[in-house]
Design a protein around this ligand. Structure first.
Ligand code: MLT
Length: 238
């Protein structure tokens, strides 16, 4: 199994994804939100690139079932029901709802990777489950780190490193030099993830905006054992 890594959503080259599986990773916070909301009973998540697109899907859909979610500059979008804090996505808030989600980088990564064969949603919250699933399929995979505004983000790379590290313990894999570096980075910091991730620019920004508790939540490893899948414009928990 060959594991390729894309460092940010803006670096996606579609041809690299053809005939491969992909995992999109946006630890802070889009993919952590997706994993949490679906685990808490959301029916589906429709990822979109633009705020206007989200409003237009909402207006055409059932106002009872649909909810608008996401962020710009990390902050809630005026007129939306939810921001991008995973702690908002409780069972009570999201059960049986379909969320229309737009975020600065995470949903761009998902839409950008839709040409892959199977597109999974990964985070620290379900990292081991993702590795087990990839192992079962034994197919080449691309780990798409969402990054921040076209720049690699430390926390996404560490999560990619965790997935590579887990796979490496289970099977024989090949990866790029970047993959080798991310695996070593994760293995060297897995016992001190918080202070290490806090050195990252996006993490520091979120702390400045008052989202410290989101960071503590998002860096928990293997809280959930299920993997959201993107298919036909929707993300569901199979
Ligand atoms: C994104 O997609 O850029 C993020 O998840 C931003 C955030 O909520 O911090």
């Amino acid at each position: 199994m060959f594991i390729d890594i894309i460092p940010s959503a803006k670096d996606i080259i579609e041809s690299k994804l053809i005939h491969k599986n992909a995992v999109v990773i946006d630890v802070l916070r889009a993919t952590s939100v997706i994993v949490t909301a679906l685990y808490h009973g959301a029916k589906a998540i429709i990822p979109v690139r633009e705020v206007g697109e989200a409003f237009s899907i909402y207006q055409k859909g059932s106002t009872d079932e649909y909810r608008l979610s996401g962020e710009r500059k990390g902050l809630p979008i005026p007129g939306f029901h939810f921001g991008n804090s995973p702690l908002e996505y409780t069972k009570k808030a999201v059960e049986n709802k379909t969320l229309i989600l737009t975020t600065t980088n995470g949903t761009q990564g998902i839409k950008g990777a839709e040409k892959s064969d199977t597109l999974y949603i990964g985070s620290f919250l379900n990292g081991k489950a993702v590795a087990n699933q990839l192992l079962e399929e034994e197919k080449d995979v691309v780990l798409v780190c969402a990054g921040t505004n076209g720049i690699f983000s430390l926390e996404d790379g560490l999560c990619a490193g965790k997935i590579i590290s887990s796979l490496n313990q289970l099977t024989s894999i090949k990866t790029t030099d970047f993959g080798v570096a991310l695996q070593a980075l994760y293995e060297g910091h897995k016992n001190s993830l918080l202070p290490f991730i806090q050195q990252g620019a996006h993490c520091r920004y979120l702390i400045e905006q008052g989202f410290q508790s989101d960071i503590l939540y998002c860096i928990q490893e293997d809280l959930y054992d299920r993997i959201p899948v993107y298919k036909n414009n929707k993300i569901i928990l199979p």
